[in-house]
Design a protein around this ligand. Sequence first.
Ligand code: C5P
Length: 301
Amino acid sequence: MSASVTVRVPAKVNVQLAVGAARPDGFHDLANVFLAVSLFDEVTATPADALTVTCEGPDSDQVPLDRSNLAARAAELLAARAGIEPAVHLHIAKNIPVAGGMAGGSADGAGALLACDLLWKLDTPREELLEICAELGSDVPFSLVGGAALGTGRGEFLTPVDAGRFHWVFAVADGGLSTPAVFREFDRLTAGTDVPAPEASPALLAALASGDADALAAVLPGSNGLQAAALSLRPQLAATLAAGADAGALAGLVSGSGPTTAFLVRDAESAAKVAAALEASGTCRATRVTSSPAPGATAVS
Ligand code: C5P
C-alpha cells in the first residue's frame, strides 16, 4: 500500500443562491450557482491503526477533530461501503476560512473521500462517490466536482455550467456563522411572505459564461438569497461590503451563508489593490485573492 495520498480541494462562492421556502425535512430547495475558486485545502490520507484527524493552518484551532469533522465521516462512510475498517490518519492543511460560507468543511469531506478511495485502491465509481458526498452534506458533491455548476434540490444535484475566468477578493470576517442559523434567520425574515420557487437566472448564467466581468457585476446584486439573513445576524458585514465598493470592486456579495464577503474585480492587479484597501479599512480580519473557475478535488501526490 502506498505511504500516503494528498488531495487538493477548492473553496466556492455562490454567484447565485436562490432559496425556496423551508421543506418538510427542514432543508430549502435551492437554485445554487456554484463557482470553485483558487483557494484550497489539502487532505492527506496515511495508513494508521485507527481513524484520526489533525489540522494545520491559521484557523486550525476552530476545526473539530472528532467524528463531526466531515473528513472523518467521509472515511467512515467509504470504509463502511467497502466493508473495511477506516484505519487512516487524515491531515488537513487548512486555508479555506472555517464556517465562512466557502464550503471549507465540505471541501475537507470531498478531499478525504477521494484520498481514501485512492489510498485503499477502491476505484469507487464517480456516481457512488457523489452519492456519498450528498450524504455528507449539500455542498460536498460540488467540492468533488469543482468548476462551475448549477445545484438544485438542496444543492446536491449538479449540472455543469459554462464559466469564463473571473478574479475575486474574499474578505474573511472575525468568527464564523452557522449555516443552519442563517437558514433559520431566512425563515424568520420571510415568515408570512410568499417565497417563490428558486430558479436559476438566465442572465446570470449568460454573464458567467461570457467571462465579461462587467456583465457579471451587473447581475450579482441581490443574487444571494441568504445575504439579508447573514447581514441581519452580522450587521458589521455592511461595512465590509461598503469598503469593497469604495476600494473599486465591480460588485460585492456575502459568500453563501457568510460571513466571508466576496468581491468581483476586473483583473489580478485590481485584486491586489482591493485586497490592500479592504485590509486597511479594518472591516475584515484578512483577505484572500483568487480566480475562478478552479478544478474540483484533485490528487496532488
Ligand atoms: O447539507 P448540510 O449539512 O451542509 O446543511 C447544513 C444545514 O444547513 C442543514 O441542516 C439546514 O439547516 C441548512 N440547509 C438548508 N437547506 C439547504 C442546505 C442546507 O436549510 N439546501
